[in-house]
Design a protein around this ligand. Structure first.
Ligand SMILES: [Zn+2]
Length: 274
């Protein structure tokens, strides 16, 4: 089942995928009317390549009123959210499962900033964000990478965009991101175990001393182990000092000189017994 209605979630979905997002003022109310059901993502390039390409996408051209796409993808991988309503980006064309010559009402358009001529000016950050963003949107609308389509694949009007991208490889990466958004190769069981380990190592535990004040958590596992190490070593040194072992007496004197009350008490015992 696809999403029906305007994608008011666009900015959140992209941000939740770890992407940089700029929300343009008024984007939620910008568009040429409301979406029907959203069935996919249509990928474009701007055929410009500069930092102001978004202006044409938002405001349109002399012959075509803006907005011309919901999203603009900058070279550094930042998504500009331009509109939540329908935009004029698809033109005439067809794709299995989409209504012929009517994709504007059923697809989200991404205009990626690129000159569109060789040598290709796509940046690694931009291509990575292109795939992550497409995957996040498709996951949100319950579709897979088959509905991530290049304008040149859809168009019956001779479009070439986005030029310089192998869409089959692109879709393979998008599908991998849909299946496994975190990008790791852990099984669900391994992920559960990792969460359990993380919890054990970061939660605080109460003391088990019979002299404890209360059952409130006092420290993490590592904190408790280090405290135990400290106390055991101090006891060992002080026991040796009470037996007048020279190196141990030296250490106790050092700490007593710093004003440590416990070390001073041990020293008093040694000296009082003289
Ligand atoms: Zn296009």
């Amino acid at each position: 089942m696809s999403w029906t209605g305007d994608p008011g979630w666009l900015a959140d979905v992209l941000r939740d995928a770890g992407l940089k997002v700029i929300e343009h003022d008024g984007w939620r109310n910008r568009g040429h009317g409301d979406f029907r059901d959203i069935r996919g993502v249509l990928c474009h390039h701007t055929a410009g390549g500069g930092p102001n390409d978004w202006r044409v996408v938002q405001y349109g051209r002399r012959d075509l009123a803006g907005p011309l796409a919901q999203l603009v993808l900058e070279k550094d991988g930042t998504f500009r959210v331009i509109a939540a309503g329908v935009c004029w980006h698809a033109g005439r064309g067809s794709h299995p499962g989409w209504p012929t010559d009517n994709a504007n009402y059923h697809t989200i358009g991404i205009e990626a900033v690129s000159r569109g001529t060789p040598p290709w000016d796509w940046t690694p950050a931009q291509l990575s964000a292109y795939k992550i963003g497409s995957a996040a949107i498709l996951r949100r609308i319950g579709r897979d990478s088959r509905d991530c389509v290049a304008h040149h694949e859809y168009s019956s009007e001779g479009k070439i965009d986005p030029a310089g991208i192998d869409m089959n490889a692109f879709r393979r990466d998008v599908q991998a991101l849909i299946d496994n958004p975190t990008g790791d190769d852990m099984t669900p069981d391994e992920r559960t175990m990792l969460k359990a380990v993380h919890k054990e190592l970061t939660q605080k535990y109460p003391s088990r001393s019979k002299y404890r004040k209360d059952d409130k958590p006092v420290d993490t596992l590592a904190g408790i182990v280090l405290n135990v190490d400290g106390r055991v070593h101090e006891d060992h040194v002080e026991r040796e000092a009470l037996k007048r072992v020279e190196w141990a007496v030296g250490l106790v004197k050092r700490e007593a000189a710093k004003g440590d009350a416990g070390a001073q008490a041990v020293l008093d015992q040694i000296e009082g017994a003289k």
